[in-house]
Ligand binder design. Structure first.
Ligand code: UT7
Length: 325
């Protein structure tokens, strides 16, 4: 049976754009190196007064407007972030208050770059069991606040932003027809043994500091291609479809070379891959919903399309979801 449906999307980016040339003036790097090794040309960086919650609220408002719904229609908020405004309460509760959503739970999900896949799957499960009727599923990050701006191996890779979708429970009275819209299959994974390859070297319980992102990029790259290829095949098998049936793949935007390698392993042409890493860099949990919203709004992703979402990040965590729009 088909799961919940995406009925709207929205996104938000900070105003300030930082180019590779801007970074080359701060650390020993170059526009050529960054473009060749990652595909990144620029990133948006949060300014004073902009936080994960302000970006999340803007993306959520845009998603509600797109869906033609009001805050009162929402009875579940799941927000994926690794850069919350505060250690607690959950940033999702700030979004709930700012929007004026009167009903239902609001909580954060911490799965770093695969956070949106974890949030989408969690919300879809709650909607499918009837625990809620309509959910806001948000990925929002301000990774600029946890970067070591002296470390050229990481500071050039990330940006800030937010993306959101509105998910609606399957209509029990009118079960989806074959080929109807909704989540077809999802898979999530974690492997805590890889902690040291990608982590933040601080936290309330360990150092009582916020800490900085640390990454062994080459090793993460290697695991990413293998893990993503495997989970994509799992989801295709679960849904009973083949790679050729996919209209669009909306991947986590970490590195253009990972996007290319994963698509190639699936036998998908580059034209089916939504790419925003050049404009946004890696926005962690925000990157998948941001890329999805852009491609919906520019008319590439249309109703009826079969869309594969996928991501991998710190933990490691990774996952994929296949959704008919
Ligand atoms: O979102 C979570 C998942 N994260 C990812 O998926 C990230 C995965 N990893 C990557 O995207 C890539 O591994 C990086 C973009 C991080 C690095 O690319 P790479 O081709 O794997 O480069 P490398 O780490 O092997 O470094 C190659 C060289 C090194 O110099 P030596 O040791 O060969 O002399 C680095 O010191 O490039 C050097 N380097 C840089 N040079 C100029 C590293 N960063 C920079 C830089 N500018 N910013």
């Amino acid at each position: 049976m088909t799961g919940s449906r995406i009925v709207g999307s929205g996104s938000a980016l900070p105003e300030q754009i930082v180019t590779n040339h801007d970074l080359a003036a701060r650390v020993d790097t170059s526009d050529e190196w960054i473009i060749e090794r990652t595909g990144i040309r620029q990133r948006h960086i949060a300014g004073e007064g902009e936080t994960t919650s302000t970006l999340a609220i803007a993306a959520a408002r845009a998603a509600l407007a797109d869906a033609g719904l009001t805050p009162a229609d929402i009875d579940l908020i799941v927000l994926a972030t690794a850069t919350p405004d505060n250690t607690f309460p959950a940033t999702a509760t700030k979004v709930q208050h700012a929007l004026g959503c009167p009903n239902g739970p609001a909580f954060d999900v911490g799965a770093v770059c695969s956070g949106f896949l974890y949030a989408l799957t969690t919300a879809d499960s709650l909607l499918t069991t009837g625990a809620a009727r309509r959910a806001l599923v948000i990925g929002a990050e301000t990774f600029s606040r946890i970067l070591d701006w002296e470390d050229r191996t990481t500071c050039v890779l990330f940006g800030d932003g937010a993306g959101a979708v509105v998910l609606e429970a399957p209509d029990q009275a009118r079960p989806a027809q074959n080929g109807g819209p909704g989540v077809l299959a999802s898979r999530l994974h974690a492997d805590g043994a890889q902690h040291d390859l990608l982590y933040v070297d601080g936290g309330p319980s360990s150092t009582q500091t916020v800490g900085h992102l640390r990454m062994k990029g080459r090793e993460v790259f290697r695991h990413a291609v293998v893990n993503l290829t495997n989970v994509l095949h799992e989801v295709l098998d679960d849904a009973g479809v083949c790679a050729d049936d996919i209209d669009w793949i909306v991947p986590h935007q970490a590195n253009k070379r990972i996007l290319d390698a994963t698509a190639k392993k699936l036998g998908l042409p580059a034209e089916k891959v939504i790419v925003t890493v050049d404009m946004h860099a890696n926005t962690s949990a925000a990157s998948v919903p941001l890329a999805f919203d852009m491609a919906r709004r520019d008319g590439r992703i249309k109703p009826g399309d079969l869309v594969m979402f996928e991501a991998m990040g710190g933990g490691f965590t990774w996952g994929a979801s296949l959704v008919r729009i």
